[in-house]
Design a protein around this ligand. Structure first.
Ligand code: SF4
Length: 271
């Protein structure tokens, strides 16, 4: 005799159905656009979207390349950024320059003041150096929670990830289901190298962060980013005081905590 799965079982089944549907949509996008050029990928992914498309930019090299293509093609994409309150002055300058250059408005998302105030009271203004737990808590408050609001209601999340940025990103595909957020995450530069992105930026006069030319390859919050030296992995300058296993703030870590599937790339540091 069949047993009643109950409410918990029914919810699990519904969640699985959503995850399967997202996986199928991601696979459709991979099959349709993996071989397309950047413009074709972006236009195709946006055209196939069943709802809002949100691009989260942190004004890094790859994000600036994507901004250029999206804005030039006038694709119906919402630009969003997470202002942690601890960014480099150069990032704020580039933010303004980018809006003016492309005639776009980039939606800012800020940490909740109450949780941030409590966090700083309990951990200190630079408490993230004290422990991984304190660092992750800071990233949760300043990045993860605001990201959730930035992506609320989105069907597609566009990111500037490249597979060779780190070991953690090696196995990422052009499009992947993000069941936790109920959307498909698409990374149109996934198979690009840093050199290709730099060449594109130079050829198209895309404004980029001057810190890239000073060895800051992956740029996050000011107190948690240092320049790297020739031969170091791209993300070695992020949270450099921690070991290499998890150079992520959590923005791109799935429910399964999926990490290394390829060898981290190394780079020349002069833009
Ligand atoms: S990168 Fe550093 S300052 Fe920024 S949110 Fe994470 S721990 Fe906090």
């Amino acid at each position: 005799m069949a047993t009643d799965p109950g409410l918990g079982g029914a919810m699990a089944t519904a969640d699985e159905a959503v995850a399967e549907a997202l996986s199928r949509r991601a696979e459709v996008l991979n099959n349709a656009f993996a071989m397309a050029d950047l413009q074709g990928r972006l236009a195709g992914i946006v055209a196939e979207a069943t709802g809002q498309v949100v691009f989260t930019t942190s004004f890094g090299l790859e994000d600036q390349v994507l901004t250029h293509v999206i804005a030039t093609a006038k694709l119906p994409v919402t630009f969003a950024t997470l202002d942690t309150g601890r960014l480099f002055p150069e990032v704020y300058a580039l933010w303004q320059q980018t809006e003016e250059r492309y005639g776009i408005l980039i939606r800012p998302y800020y940490p909740r003041y109450d949780t941030l105030e409590l966090h700083v009271r309990q951990n200190g203004i630079n408490g993230f150096y004290a422990s991984r737990e304190a660092r992750k808590s800071c990233c949760d408050i300043r990045k993860i929670e605001p990201l959730g609001r930035a992506l609320a209601g989105a069907s597609i999340w566009l990111t500037g990830l490249r597979a060779d940025q780190s070991s953690a990103r090696g196995g990422v595909k052009l499009a992947e289901a993000d069941a936790a957020r109920g959307l498909v995450k698409a990374s149109p530069l996934i198979d690009w190298t840093r050199e290709r992105a730099l060449a594109f930026a130079h050829e198209n006069a895309v404004p980029i962060n001057p810190l890239h030319a000073r060895g800051f390859v992956s740029i996050g919050c000011q107190p948690c980013t240092r320049a790297i030296v020739r031969g170091e992995p791209e993300r070695a300058g992020r949270w450099w005081w921690e070991d290499d296993a998890a150079k992520e703030c959590g923005l791109h870590v799935g429910q399964d905590g999926k990490l290394a599937r390829a060898k981290a790339g190394t780079v020349e540091t002069r833009a």
